[in-house]
Design a binder for this molecule. Structure first.
Ligand SMILES: Cc1cc2nc3c(=O)[nH]c(=O)nc-3n(C[C@H](O)[C@H](O)[C@H](O)COP(=O)(O)O)c2cc1C
Length: 344
């Protein structure tokens, strides 16, 4: 059985993935957030920067695999990007047909393509011509209806897709409501080849419940649950859990590594704290939305983090929290499941 880290745009960059693997492990594969295949002749050097071999090396050295992801509904552009990514040394590229953001789905990208099985056929036909690597797919059940996957899987099964990962919600649902587990079962039956499961595994109990329902599934992709409890995957692999004090120390080291990595990418390591770019602080806010879930008294801490305007304020708040009797709690507050954080 394998676990993989789901792509989470804005959070699971190379800084995050490499630090995660170093401090916690438990994941065999790490999927990078999507890169859009855009119609431009001028190559944007930033586009693939986070996928450079130097950024993926730390994972490879430690035996894990990194899989870049593409968002596109144009097979010709997608093929060009697949080849570019393969040239960087990747053996597998993932096609995202699950993204629920309306700005994406409106253009028939992400889950917006799911009602259009014929277009999926055309994209795969164009994109997979003589590509030098594997192509896998991460999808939802549909855009509007949780039955759209039936036509989609029929098309996909005609191509040598290396793996299909399903998050059993619709795009319209985004992250609300519950995953349709009975539809996932239907997809597994219909497709006939292994399908990986993704969605709402937040703790041991939810994992074992889903595992029991799908005993033949061998790959589980963990997203928000692993970001909130980075010990989850290694525990599900059968490793003993750490005591709370050790967990806090490990979380602190994880945080410090990610902060340092952002500091390096902003070129500000040698700058005085007051001259470090606010961008570092903004990136760390996303980190805490998940990482604070299992911390005691994290509500006030999170509010202060969100209010911090520069690196000095950010580091003061963080330091204060870690100095002030921090503790790990099993029943955390899932900030990302709330619509909005109370401003006060
Ligand atoms: C903020 C955010 C950003 C995401 N970015 C991506 C992405 O770039 N590519 C992708 O395939 N899925 C993306 N997802 C979806 C996750 O990979 C995953 O499918 C989803 O969160 C359900 O799994 P989970 O319940 O384990 O989190 C994103 C989800 C969230 C909440």
């Amino acid at each position: 059985m394998i676990f993989s880290l789901a792509p989470i745009l804005g959070i699971t960059t190379s800084s995050y993935r490499n630090a995660f693997h170093k401090h916690f492990g438990g994941m065999t594969k790490y999927y990078a957030p999507f890169v859009s295949a855009v119609n431009t002749t001028v190559e944007n050097p930033n586009l693939l920067k986070d996928l450079s071999p130097a950024k993926s090396r730390p994972l490879q050295i430690n035996g894990a695999e990194m899989i870049p992801q593409i968002l596109s509904c144009d097979g010709v552009l997608m093929r060009k990007l697949i080849i570019k990514m393969a040239d960087l040394g990747y053996n597998e590229i993932n096609w995202n047909i699950g993204c629920p953001f309306p700005t994406v789905t409106r253009k028939k990208r992400g889950s917006g393509i799911l009602p259009h099985a014929q277009l999926i056929d055309k994209v795969l036909n164009d994109a997979m011509k003589d590509i030098p690597c594997k192509l896998s797919i991460k999808m939802r059940l549909g855009l509007n209806e949780e039955t759209e996957f039936r036509d989609v899987l029929k098309v996909i099964s005609q191509y040598p897709i290396s793996e299909v990962i399903i998050h059993p919600r619709t795009g319209k649902q985004a992250y609300s409501g519950k995953p349709y587990l009975e539809r996932f079962a239907e997809a597994v039956e219909l497709y006939g080849k292994p399908i990986a499961y993704n969605g709402d595994i937040f703790d041991d109990e939810s994992f074992f419940r889903i595992k029991e329902m799908f005993p033949n599934v061998t790959h589980f992709m963990l997203g928000r649950g692993a970001l909130s409890d980075p010990f989850l995957a290694r525990r599900l692999c059968g490793n003993p859990d750490f005591d709370n004090e050790t967990k806090i120390k490990m979380l602190r080291n994880f945080h410090d590594d990610i902060f340092h990595s952002f500091d390096v990418s902003f070129g500000s390591v040698n700058k005085d704290i007051d001259n470090k770019p606010d961008g570092i602080c903004n990136k760390m806010k996303g980190f805490w939305e998940y990482a604070a879930v299992h911390l005691k008294n994290s509500e006030q801490f999170i509010k202060k983090i969100h209010r911090s305007k520069n690196v000095r304020q950010y580091l003061d708040v963080t330091e204060q929290y870690f100095q002030n009797d921090p503790d790990w709690i099993d029943n955390g507050i899932y900030y990302f499941l709330r619509s909005n954080l109370d401003e006060n």
